[in-house]
Design a protein around this ligand. Structure first.
Ligand code: ADP
Ligand code: MG
Length: 254
């Protein structure tokens, strides 16, 4: 996307500036500088324990940071703010977890309709109608009144995506959304993510699904030991990874 066809505000959806985070005296993020443009899909990959989850969780402030800043549409999301402001901010940054995190006592449609009613004050009937449409969009119109326990993992994850979309977030974050799924269910979730990307959603996805990365990502961030050590297009990353640790990571996947 070029600045010339940008209609409102800043071109960057998310910008991280020298973000550092430690657990105790163990540094997990060591000065992350990176940004995501509007409409861009970034795939974050790297070895287990490298800081991928911590990084993505700082972006909607599920984790605090020790220094640096993170801007979402120009707003400093780690600035001091009250609980309501933080909830409002979080509601604009959709988050999809590895383990779905649905409310077990609510049907699919109620899981999807809940936050718009609670956080945004949307009229319940309207939220319900919209939730049905979103479930249709993720291919689950027939499961609207099923409970999470009656759904497969892939179906639950699609409900979780619909639930995040219900808040109409301009940005969606995914932390290994298919890692907890049986292999035959991975595709249905990736297809929903692909269709979101095709619709122009700004996305940050932590995933080990390199086929998805190759087909859908605009850019790959390779993170190792708390640093982004390579940032490249999928073409460059897969064909010609520059950093030895990225080369090793890719070799181990084969
Ligand atoms: P990844 O998602 O890349 O596997 P994480 O971001 O989950 O990595 O973790 C990065 C490092 O931080 C790991 O060494 C992990 O053990 C450590 N870590 C993660 N969460 C915590 C926590 N709440 N307390 C202490 N250490 C943590
Ligand atoms: Mg992780």
């Amino acid at each position: 996307m070029t600045a010339s066809n940008e209609t409102s505000g800043t071109e960057q959806a998310i910008r991280l500036s020298n973000v550092c985070k430690s657990y105790g005296d163990y540094p997990v993020l060591k000065g992350i500088d990176a940004s995501v443009a509007r409409g861009e899909v970034v795939v974050i990959c790297g070895p287990s324990g490298s800081g991928k989850s911590t990084l993505i969780r700082t972006v909607n402030r599920l984790e605090e940071i020790n220094s640096g800043s993170i801007f979402f549409e120009g707003q400093d999301i780690h600035a001091p703010m009250g609980g309501r402001a933080l909830n409002r901010l979080r509601s604009r940054i959709g988050f999809v977890f590895q383990n779905f995190n649905l409310f077990p006592h609510l049907s699919a449609v109620d899981n999807v309709a809940m936050s718009p009613v609670r956080v945004k004050g949307v009229n319940p009937a309207e939220a319900h109608d919209k939730a049905l449409k979103l479930l249709d969009r993720v291919g689950l119109a027939e499961k609207a009144f099923s409970y999470p326990g009656q759904l497969s993992g892939g179906q639950q994850q699609r409900v979780a995506i619909a639930r995040a979309l219900a808040m109409e977030p301009p940005v969606m974050l995914f932390d290994e959304p298919t890692s907890a799924l049986d292999p035959e269910m991975v595709g249905e979730v990736l297809n929903v993510m692909k269709s979101l990307a095709a619709d122009g959603m700004t996305m940050m996805c932590v995933t080990h699904e390199m086929g998805f990365a190759r087909d859908v990502a605009d850019r790959i961030w390779f993170i190792d030991a708390g640093e982004i050590i390579e940032e490249a297009t999928p073409e460059d990353f897969f064909r010609n990874p520059k950093h030895p640790r990225a080369q090793r990571f890719l070799a181990d996947l084969r």
